[in-house]
Design a protein. Sequence first.
Length: 192
Amino acid sequence: MSSEPPLHRKQCRRYDEPWQAHYLTFSCFRRQPFFKARFSPGWFVEILHSAREEGLFDLWAYVIMPEHVHLVILPAEGQTISGILRRLKRPMTTRVLAWVRANQPSFLERMTEHRPSGQTHHRFWQTGGGYDRNLRSAEEIHEKIKYVHLNPLRRGLVSRLEDWPWSSYRAWELGVDEPVRLDRESVPILVN
């Protein structure tokens, strides 16, 4: 009999309430800076763009940090956060693993999870659902959009927000909807 305690995964409670926005945060496996790699941020942006184009959600803000992602979204009617996260995470993992196996197999060890059962899995994302917060007011939504955009500056990754390429900040400030179009028209108006 094993002397190690059983692994328990903290279950993320999700409240898929119609017409409520969500602030999501999900991290790379063991919070490693997988998004510092040359291709991975661009690949995630492509996947985010594709999921948005499929009509799974309205995208209001995003930032890709070296080891995690923040999103502010409004799920489309009938969509769940769990389903949206699967749509974003699975293709990313598949793409990264294919590239690593073909081009840098020694990196696989950094992506390997050894389970007590003896099984091993390769992961891009941290297990579990990440952080999910329902946003119920225009004030909360605008506060989270600002929080998301300030991340690179707070971390000292840039001295000007517009210099971080993996954020929707420039879309909000300059109207540049690249590399992913935002759905600014559906964001509730902040009344002072």
